[in-house]
Design a protein. Structure first.
Length: 182
């Protein structure tokens, strides 16, 4: 019948007019990010970093550049090197987090931000000085020790290298308790 199609179309329009919108008015409004969000600015703790370059080796895109010299300045035990260059080219990063997974000393964490737009590609390289000065609000992604504490990088305080710690293996007592609960 003539006009039926228009009527059906208008019904859909009116139905949606009454619905709560799914979209928000960014940047005035913001959706809270999950604490495990893999943000782009990375959080790096120089005090925990030995300069082993595992993160650079595991990066499938080869976008982490590390240059070191033998030094005895870092606090992590074992053989260590002082860091001269630690550049991450986030312009080519896919935020897979493999570099964070590969870090044996929990020195590298994903960040929590997503607003790193730049006019020039070279400005998307995060140099070591910026990593050093950046606020330390690490994502909890692949870091159960932070999740266990209920840490949220979007609302919580900055964490020092001592506070980010390592994930401890649960004790036999903890495991027994856990299994007894099931
Ligand atoms: S998140 Fe993935 S692509 Fe980005 S630097 Fe780390 S390993 Fe490379
Ligand atoms: S893997 Fe970790 S300890 Fe090794 S160089 Fe990268 S950030 Fe430093």
């Amino acid at each position: 019948m003539y006009g039926l199609g228009i009527l059906q179309g208008l019904t859909v329009t009116f139905k949606n007019l009454m619905r709560k919108p799914f979209t928000i008015q960014y940047p005035e409004e913001r959706i809270p990010q999950h604490p495990r969000f893999r943000g782009e600015e990375f959080t790096w703790y120089e005090e925990r970093c030995t300069g082993c370059a595992s993160c650079a080796k595991y990066c499938p895109l080869g976008i982490i550049k590390i240059v070191t010299h033998p030094g005895k300045t870092n606090m992590q035990e074992g053989d260590y090197y002082a860091i001269d260059v630690f550049d991450i080219d986030i312009g080519r990063c896919m935020f897979c987090g493999l570099c964070v997974e590969a870090c044996p000393y929990d020195a590298l964490f994903m960040g929590s931000g997503f607003e790193e737009g730049q006019y020039r590609r070279q400005d998307l390289v995060i140099p070591v000085d910026r990593l050093r000065k950046a606020s330390k609000r690490p994502s909890t992604w692949f870091r159960p020790q932070l999740e266990d504490k209920g840490y949220n990088p979007h609302t919580g305080k900055e964490l020092s290298w001592r506070q980010v710690g390592r994930h401890q293996q649960p004790s036999q007592e903890d495991l027994k308790e856990k299994w007894a609960e099931r």
